[in-house]
Design a protein. Structure first.
Length: 256
């Protein structure tokens, strides 16, 4: 399971409910964080290179890119170069379009995600006749990672990040919000306080977990030594999260 940081833990949590015995490696590209401010070429080169090297070292039976930005940019390229199944993470526009009652959907993502043609195609295919309001909220990534570290979340900071969506023309009619970054569900409680009880939030973690289950159906699993967390860059900082990572079954931390 690959992400730029710890946002993919929201996907891991759903997968653990369905495949508790599956041995898992969580890979965080901390040295490359954040992806949302990088160019498409930079993200594609980095993701393809890292997953190629990780595949050679660890020989996974499947790979999940638990990052919307990496998936919308590099999923096709990774699938072309690797010979294992690769599951991506894309904005949950299809279920959001089925859920909305007002016909107005909000979408939060990184700057790189919200501008992708991939998102245009999802909107055209699944949200025809609906209004999709997109907003880049890159600051939510840092707030989510801080929350995971046990730090208090400033509601004013959350409100400042999402205010552009609320203030957009038609924003007052939003009743469904797509969290198009795996970090953002970590802040769902705070987002609900900002938006109010009339707004529902949706992300793709459950669907991704079900897809992984389908791809590995019938395969035996033998979890023996606890799961591994690997990270690029400095591991010292992530070791402060060892207690939180252990809650997800990630009991070993190594530098890649």
């Amino acid at each position: 399971m690959f992400d730029s940081g710890v946002g993919g833990l929201t996907v891991l949590a759903e997968l653990r409910k369905l495949l508790p015995q599956a041995p898992l490696i969580y890979a965080a590209d901390l040295a490359g964080l954040p992806y949302g401010t990088k160019s498409e070429a930079e993200v594609a080169a980095r993701v393809c290179g890292l997953l190629g090297r990780m595949s050679e070292r660890y020989h996974p039976r499947a790979i999940c890119i638990a990052c919307n930005t990496a998936s919308t940019i590099a999923l096709g390229m990774v699938r072309e170069v690797l010979e294992v199944p690769v599951i991506g993470t894309v904005p949950a526009i299809k279920p959001a379009a089925a859920m909305t009652r007002t016909g107005v959907i909000g979408l939060f993502g990184t700057a790189a995600t919200v501008r992708q043609p991939y998102v245009d195609r999802l909107e055209a295919e699944f949200a025809e006749g609906k209004t999709l309001l997109r907003h880049a909220a890159p600051g939510l990534v840092a707030l989510a990672e801080a929350k995971l570290r046990g730090e208090a979340v400033d509601l004013a900071a959350v409100r400042a990040e999402v205010g552009g969506l609320l203030d957009a023309p038609g924003g007052e009619q939003i009743d469904t919000v797509v969290l198009a970054c795996t970090h953002f569900p970590l802040l769902e409680t705070e987002l609900a306080q900002v938006f109010g009880s009339q707004v529902r939030f949706i992300h793709g973690a459950e669907g991704i977990a079900r897809r992984i289950v389908a791809i590995t159906e019938g395969q035996p699993f033998d979890q023996q030594s606890g799961d591994l967390f690997i990270a690029t860059g400095e591991v010292a900082g992530i070791e402060r999260l060892s207690a939180q990572l252990a809650e997800y079954g990630l009991v070993r931390i190594e530098r890649f």
